[in-house]
Design a protein around this ligand. Structure first.
Ligand code: MG
Length: 305
């Protein structure tokens, strides 16, 4: 029997949800939990508590939670690159940064066309080493999640950092507030959430799918799915290509074609998720004040080398 934490909307979802498995609460006390990133080598998860200007760390080996970094320039999204380094979106720093293996911090991108970025929100690293990130204005809209400031960029774009030259290129310029992003397992599709409904009446609350061509050139960009409760913010892709995305009532599971087949109900707004655990079959969920986790019968997509 599935517990009440799961809501099945399509029989296909029962392949991934397991009986007698409960959603666990691992920590409570965040103001706005975001940006989870799992370090397999150390068996721990770090995540952002943006208004409290800190990163937290959940240790899988003993279940303890500690402050990992405070202050942290209001980090939002994170990822771990293919060399195991932490890549961060900094609201207050208005940049994308990376912690090197000696602990020093490198600023990878803080401007485009000679103007400051808005406030990088979420980030993903492609297998060719290129770093893709979104740059909406949430971190400069108020003092709550960064330093309030006027935008210097004309819009909120999705950028690519070239792995060889470090050049920053705007790849998507027609979204209102691009937010979470991830590649399909074979990297032929880039999914990007647009949370523009926060700023535009009846604005976007959807995911779009872009075809990724040679050198990262994008085409397409059709709307794949529209969120039925709240907004799609951050998300991750499993080994089957399913999209496990944040939403207003929990985590939604979408097929690669964008069909909503099931939900994990959290009772709090979810901002982002990450696969962790030794087998990468445990979904960590950043749900406003709490860090949750649930085991699934699927695993993180590992992109081909
Ligand atoms: Mg986000």
């Amino acid at each position: 029997m599935l517990t009440n934490d799961f809501q099945v909307l399509d029989k296909r979802f029962t392949r991934y949800a397991m009986g007698n498995v409960h959603l666990e609460t691992l920590y409570t006390g965040s103001r706005w939990a975001e940006g989870p990133a799992y370090f397999a080598a150390g068996e721990y998860l770090i995540w952002s508590d943006i208004p409290n200007d800190r990163l937290l760390r959940y240790d899988e080996t003993d279940g303890s939670v500690s402050e990992f970094l405070k202050p942290c320039r209001n980090h939002n999204g994170h990822t771990v690159d293919r060399e195991g380094r932490l890549v961060s979106c900094e609201h207050r720093g208005r940049c994308v940064s990376r912690v090197e293996i000696d602990g020093s911090v490198t600023i990878l991108a803080d401007s485009y066309n000679g103007k400051r970025l808005n406030s990088p929100n979420d980030v993903v690293v492609k297998s060719d080493g290129s770093i893709w990130f979104t740059d909406p204005t949430y971190g400069i809209d108020s003092e709550y999640e960064g330093d309030k400031a006027d935008a210097e960029q004309e819009g909120s774009y999705v950028y690519r950092i070239d792995p060889a030259s470090g050049a920053v290129t705007a790849m998507i310029t027609d979204m209102v507030k691009p937010n979470g992003l991830a590649f399909s397992p074979d990297e032929s599709v880039l999914y990007v959430a647009d949370t523009g409904a926060t700023h535009v009446e009846n604005g976007p609350r959807h995911l779009r799918a872009f075809h990724v061509g040679a050198g990262g050139a994008l085409s397409g960009g059709d709307v794949l799915a529209t969120c039925d409760t709240g907004l799609f913010d951050g998300f991750r892709i499993d080994i089957h290509g399913n999209i496990w995305t944040s939403a207003g009532d929990g985590v939604h599971c979408l097929t690669p074609q964008g069909e909503l087949i099931g939900k994990i109900l959290t009772g709090e707004v979810v901002a982002n998720v990450e696969f962790g655990g030794i087998k990468r079959n445990r979904l960590y969920i950043c749900a406003t004040t709490t860090l949750r986790a649930v085991y699934l019968n699927t695993r993180a997509a590992f992109r081909p080398n």
